[in-house]
Write a protein that binds this ligand. Structure first.
Ligand SMILES: C[S@@+](CC[C@H](N)C(=O)[O-])C[C@H]1O[C@@H](n2cnc3c(N)ncnc32)[C@H](O)[C@@H]1O
Ligand SMILES: [Zn+2]
Length: 273
């Protein structure tokens, strides 16, 4: 059972941040009148960046892009099984768990945490000790359905589809936001910056976000070989976006020195207590 009751007071329209009216089958914005259906108990708040880009005629973001990939349950299932079965991916996941425990262990316990994108729940069990309840959101309905079919966590879970660019939550309304392995899929530098800004908008105390480090050995080798560039950010970019939103880049460990260019950035709001 997915009940929105505990977070009704912090939910807003993802399109205009207006107040919402809740019915059994759907949710309507009282301001812009957009209707968000509820499918199998899952509210559908996803607003696609590609649709907005098409409306605004932004080049380079097509309708078939990454955010549409996991609408389908089977595709989500195959993606998640690959992570369970491949040895290198399992080792990477283990290291990611260690990093998360270290970073979250430094922070005060949360009442509410947002995980976006939650995918099929690969990371979610690692968040349980850090929070009383977990909002699990992903743009792909297939991922949410896959995650919901997995073993339940020991804390209340609230699922929804949502875009990380338009999170249907008020400013500073959750204690923390966790965003693992999305930034390096985003095609433009502006999108990578917008993602971080949106996470920092909704999180009252801290954000954990992974990004692919421009200065990593992996990316430097790629640049030397003139291979297709990775979709990267620099530490100073991340630190300066954090600073613009009243947060400090408190830690930024690498997933691996040679094998991967990913980093786990922990950004803590300086005004948070
Ligand atoms: C590589 S998976 C990572 C999932 C999970 N965080 C993990 O580490 O296992 C990336 C996820 O991002 C989702 N996604 C893509 N674009 C998104 C967007 N704009 N907002 C929210 N989720 C998005 C995809 O559906 C996919 O589930
Ligand atoms: Zn609205």
């Amino acid at each position: 059972m997915n009940s929105l009751q505990p977070i009704k007071n912090i939910l807003v329209c993802p399109a205009c941040r207006g107040e919402l009216h809740f019915e059994q089958q759907d949710i309507t914005c009282l301001n812009c009148e957009q209707v968000y259906p509820i499918h199998e108990n899952i509210p559908q708040f996803a607003v696609y960046a590609s649709d907005e880009a098409a409306l605004n005629d932004v080049a380079g973001i097509s309708k078939n892009n990454y955010e549409h990939r996991y609408e389908d349950f089977e595709k989500a299932r195959n993606y998640n099984l690959k992570y369970d079965r491949k040895l290198l991916k399992r080792l990477s996941t283990r290291r990611e768990y260690q990093l998360l425990q270290r970073l979250l262990g430094q922070q005060k316990h949360c009442a509410t945490m947002l995980e976006i994108p939650c995918g099929g729940g690969r990371i979610s069990p690692q968040l349980v000790n850090a929070t009383d309840s977990l909002i699990q959101a992903d743009v792909g309905l297939g991922q949410i359905l896959y995650g919901m079919a997995r073993e339940k966590l020991k804390i209340p879970q609230i699922w929804m589809t949502a875009s990380a660019f338009r999170i249907p939550l008020q400013d500073n309304s959750v204690d923390a936001a966790v965003c693992i392995r999305l930034s390096h899929h985003l095609p433009t530098s502006q999108q990578r910056k917008d993602l971080l800004a949106e996470l920092l908008r909704v999180a009252r105390r801290y954000v954990v976000m992974t990004f692919f480090d421009y200065h990593s050995i992996k990316n430097s080798l790629r640049r030397l070989r003139h291979s297709k560039p990775k979709l990267t950010m620099t530490l100073s970019q991340v630190a300066s976006i954090a600073a613009m939103h009243g947060a400090k880049l408190a830690a930024c460990p690498r997933l691996s020195i040679i094998g991967s260019g990913h980093r786990y950035a922990l950004m803590v709001k300086t005004s948070s207590s």
